[in-house]
Design a protein around this ligand. Structure first.
Ligand code: FCB
Length: 459
């Protein structure tokens, strides 16, 4: 590492329920929006679904063993709402809660801290049928579900992340339609973004009844730069920043709805769902902010897809991400530039005076990993990516940003949403036909880095 990481820095790995669990019809689980979406022809690469995924529901003990070998301090995973509260209403489902109960105990037995995400995109389909995140009632239901999860696990789970990447849930789910439930809307996507933020606030209130709980939210944020100095590109960059960051950072970290959002979106919504009295709930102090970042954003102004401003979707902003053809991109097409992560962290610190401590809750890359004839999986590009990004985090810490931990995405190769199984992000290769787990070179690299950091922190 070019700069030291602080003593006590938390090293972890992350996964999410629908991406790894499989067993979609077991233990009383009902369909989520991702079951419906992935089973709809044409929605995911190759028609892939999470029906089996990594079969983690049955192989969780083996996966805990891998975490133990990796030597992480903490494991971030998510609870499947439709396992715990199958229709999104009513009392908790014992079989679903039992599964997470065993997983939590398995982690604690090995000295690994469970970090629980309550919502990583698998909304019960029954709630989508009632309007999904477009509805205020979904935020209220999310708080009830949070109560059920906390009642069962809160004696042992202390670290709670309300939502994962509400930008994706709202803008990809209800804006571009790339993610479940696959809607392409204007007002609907903005209402969803707002109700997710409200759901976060209401769930935080529930968790605060436990004074020992540490509560945060995970946002996917971008360091945004204009592609040129032109006034058009600068204005495009402002709109991009508003949509990708401010739509969530402003309400959650500063208790305000962004002025540029009110202006930009006036043609497509009357903001009828926005209630000023919600903002103090949404912006209640947090113990930490989870930041997910994979790549930086450089934007230029382009024409809008829809010429009529009143008919635009929430993501039709007249912007285009410019990717340097000479630069490195990952298998999924994301540009590699570690300094973007440092810039993002400094931007957060400079713009939000009450910023809580930060954990990087996801970072990693897709590689075209293959099993070599000797049975090993060598992923030097991932090793380099992780190393550079951890260095960028350390550089931000050296500039005074309070970053307390880093979770690699992901422990395992898994179901990468609309990209299906073709994108591999794991430290551990999953051979899907046999479900065999093969730790990659990056797994050993990360294990050794964690061990070395511990030794140097002790010294
Ligand atoms: C993030 C998601 C995570 C994973 C990574 C690659 O947007 O939170 O589930 O798919 O991207």
């Amino acid at each position: 590492m070019t700069h030291p990481l602080p003593a006590g820095f938390v090293f972890g790995a992350a996964t999410a329920s629908y991406q790894i669990e499989g067993a979609v019809a077991e233990g009383g689980r009902t369909p989520s929006i991702w079951d419906t979406f992935s089973h709809t022809p044409g929605r995911t690469f190759n028609g892939d679904t999470g029906d089996v995924a990594c079969d983690h529901y049955h192989r969780w003990a083996e996966d805990v063993e891998l975490l133990d070998q990796l030597g992480v301090d903490a494991y971030r995973f998510s609870l499947a709402w439709p396992r715990i509260q199958p229709d999104g209403t009513g009392v908790g489902n014992t079989a679903g809660l039992d599964f997470y109960d065993r997983l939590v105990d398995g982690l604690l037995d090995r000295g690994i801290t469970p970090v629980v995400t309550l919502y990583h995109w698998d909304l019960p389909q029954a709630l989508e049928d009632a309007g999904g995140w477009r509805m205020r009632s979904t935020a209220e239901r999310f708080a009830q579900y949070t109560q059920i999860a906390h009642d069962r696990l809160g004696d042992r789970v202390k670290d709670w992340i309300t939502l994962n990447e509400p930008w994706c849930s709202s803008m990809l789910g209800y804006g571009t339609g790339r993610h479940a439930p696959g809607a392409r809307e204007g007002d609907g996507a903005l209402a969803a973004a707002y109700h997710l933020a409200l759901g976060h606030g209401l769930a935080t209130q529930v968790l605060r009844s436990d004074v020992t709980a540490r509560v945060g939210v995970t946002l996917n944020l971008q360091p945004v730069q204009p592609a040129s100095d032109s006034a058009q590109d600068q204005a495009a960059a402002e709109r991009a920043l508003m949509n990708s960051n401010l739509l969530f950072t402003d309400p959650i970290l500063a208790g305000r709805y962004p002025a540029l959002a009110r202006e930009t979106y006036a043609p497509i919504t009357d903001f009828g769902w926005l209630r000023d009295e919600d903002l103090p709930v949404i912006s209640a102090p947090l113990d930490f902010l989870g930041v997910n970042n994979y790549f930086p954003s450089r934007v230029e102004a382009v024409g809008y897809d829809e010429p009529d401003p009143a008919r635009r979707t929430a993501t039709d902003l007249g912007i285009h991400d410019v990717i340097d053809p000479r630069g490195e991109t990952t298998q999924i097409g994301w540009p590699v530039e570690a300094d973007g992560l440092r810039r993002l962290l400094v931007w957060l610190r400079d713009n939000y005076p009450t910023l809580p401590p930060i954990y990087i809750t996801e970072n990693g890359r897709a590689c075209d990993d293959v099993i070599a004839p000797d049975g090993s999986v060598d992923d030097p590009d991932r090793v380099r990516y992780l190393h550079e990004h951890l260095d960028a985090v350390a550089a931000a810490v050296a500039e005074g940003v309070d970053v307390r931990g880093y979770f690699c995405w992901s422990l395992l190769d898994n179901f990468e949403w609309a990209e299906g199984y073709r994108m591999r992000f794991g430290l551990v290769y999953v051979d899907y036909p046999t479900q065999r787990r093969i730790p990659k070179t990056s797994f050993r690299w990360y294990r050794d880095l964690i061990a070395a950091q511990r030794t140097s922190a002790v010294a």
